[in-house]
Each structure stands twice: as C-alpha cells, then as structure tokens.
Design a protein around this ligand. Structure first.
Ligand code: SF4
Length: 311
C-alpha cells in the first residue's frame, strides 16, 4: 500500500499511464511491453499485468461487472477492491476492508492481536458487513476510507474529532496506540544471484524477458545464473564473441516480501559486436544510449544507469 508521502510521487506516472490508456478498450488493445514500460515508477508490476488482463476480459465481455462475485473473477481484484468498486461505482451495499478500514474497525471493536490472523480477518469482515448500510453505500465506503486516512491514523489518531468517538472501544479503553497489533516479525532469508551484464563495443546490452510467473514477471532483466554456471552461461550467451574477463561490480540489494535478494552484477565486455546474433521475443540487444521502452525491474534500471555513467 502507498504511504501518504508517496502519493504525490506516483501521480505523474499514473497520469502518464491514464493519458495513454484513457479507456478500457485502449488498454485492452495494448502490447504488454508498452503497458509494463509505462507502469515504470508505479511499482508492483503484477498490478500492471493484472490490469491488462482484466481490461481484456472486460472488453471481451462488453460490460463492466457490478457484483462482488463477478468483480472478483478479474485478476488482481480481491474482496475488498471488488467491494469498493461495487459500492462506489454502482451503489451496491458491499463491504470493504482495505488497510485503513481495517484499522478503524479494529479500534472500533477493540480487536486484540494482529488483524491478519484468519480468525481476526473473519471477525473484521463480519464487522465490515454488519456496519455497511443498505443505502448511500458509495458515501459510506468513501467516508470509512477517508476516516482511516485522515483521523484514525496509525499513530496519534484524532479521536476528539472522530464521529465514532463515543462508541469506539479502543478510545474508551485508551488502547489506540496498541490496537491494531503489529504483524509478528520474522527473519527474511537472503538469496543470491549473478546478473550477467554483457556489453558490446557499440554500447548495447543483452536483456532477457522474464517468464510471466515469478518475480518481475514479464519484465526485462539481465540474464541470471548461479555461481557454478557463470562460465557455461557466458559461453552460451556470448557464443564466439571474444570477451574480457568479467568484472564484478558493487552488489545490489533488493527486498521482497518473503526474502532479500543479493544481486552480484558481472560486467562482461565483448570485443566484437554480435552482428546477426539471433534475437528472439524474449532476448535482445538494447542500445545503452537510447531510451529502453520495455518494463524493467528496478535493480536492472539502477545497473543500467551505472553502465551509462561509467567511463
Ligand atoms: S475514536 Fe479514535 S481510535 Fe476510534 S475510530 Fe475514531 S479516530 Fe479511530
């Protein structure tokens, strides 16, 4: 979820995306590489892929789904998002439970423990459904989201101004700083990979499109391999093109939800240009000094910038 301070940063990227794809039909007809490229700066590329797939499904169906069940069939649309669309766009009495609403309801009901446990999730959905009115659903949903974003903030909620002041369990018991309880911490393991940054004398680099499933799905990245397969992979990629020995660059660290990734970049200069080396839909040479108009994983963007500024 975006922090309030990040919203201003991403708005220009979002406006650029919306200017290019102002309708569902225009997004549905777009090429995935262009969509991922224009998503740069907005993070979570899986959202861009889901948005494209959903646009194609809606375009093919010829109508926008209204009910929560129908909306949840679209990729990337969970119960809370479906509820928000159904209530705000169509006025249906569908509950939502985004991060802000979860915090409001957890405090309002005095929920003990981390809200992410299945028992607490169940209790919060029950509460969300019980409190959703049968009429003016769009206003209610918007008000709950705004309440969480502006008054019932993570720290120091403005209880004196809150319309739920009198009935709020956490306010009455002085537990607003303790509720909701934080997620229990757990150690994330570190994994390592080597990225092979092949560069031609003409300053083109070899990039590979990643499989749709898995990390950075559908984005372009430097080819990767493990420590034991560096030489074999280089032979495969560089073919007969002579090369200087790989130079190990400063590692790049990247955090995922479940683990940390330590990237060890190896810069490999070819002594001849690849010429007609076969390219494919999933691998190609990209000039370093021209804009690369495909979706790129963030660490790859950083590594490309390093190569561009290297003397
Ligand atoms: S009274 Fe305070 S803690 Fe309770 S919902 Fe309102 S702002 Fe949140």
């Amino acid at each position: 979820m975006l922090q309030q301070t990040q919203v201003g940063v991403v708005i220009p990227y979002f406006e650029r995306f919306m200017a290019r794809f102002p309708t569902v039909a225009e997004l549905a007809a777009a090429d995935e590489d262009e969509v991922l490229h224009l998503w740069t700066g907005l993070g979570y590329y899986s959202r861009a892929r889901n948005l494209l797939t959903a646009a194609r499904a809606v375009d093919a169906a010829g109508r926008f789904p209204e009910s929560v069940d129908e909306l949840m069939e679209l990729p990337g649309v969970g119960r809370s998002t479906a509820g928000a669309i159904s209530s705000i766009a169509f006025g249906h009495p569908a509950p939502i439970l985004d991060g802000n609403v979860k915090r409001v309801l957890a405090r309002y009901t005095g929920l003990e423990g981390w809200p992410g446990t299945s028992a607490n999730q169940h209790a919060l959905w029950e509460s969300a459904a019980a409190n959703t009115p049968p009429t003016r659903c769009a206003d209610y949903t918007q008000a709950m989201m705004d309440l969480g974003a502006t008054l019932c903030t993570r720290t120091r909620p403005a209880c004196a101004m809150c319309p739920l002041h009198d009935d709020c369990a956490a306010r009455r018991t002085g537990s607003t700083e303790r509720i909701p309880a934080p997620k229990p911490k757990r150690e994330r393991p570190t994994r390592e990979t080597h990225m092979l940054m092949l560069e031609t004398p003409d300053r083109a680099v070899l990039l590979q499109k990643r499989p749709r499933r898995g990390i950075w799905g559908g984005l372009w990245s430097f080819p990767e391999c493990g420590l034991e397969t560096i030489e074999a992979t280089l032979d495969l990629l560089a073919g007969n093109h002579h090369r200087v020995d790989p130079v190990e660059l400063e590692p790049v660290r990247h955090g995922f939800t479940h683990y940390r990734l330590l990237i060890r970049p190896l810069h490999v200069k070819l002594l001849t240009n690849p010429g007609t080396v076969s390219e494919s839909a999933t691998m190609g040479w990209f000039p370093l000094d021209a804009p690369i108009e495909v979706g790129l994983a963030r660490p790859v963007t950083r590594l490309l910038d390093r190569l561009r500024t290297a003397t």
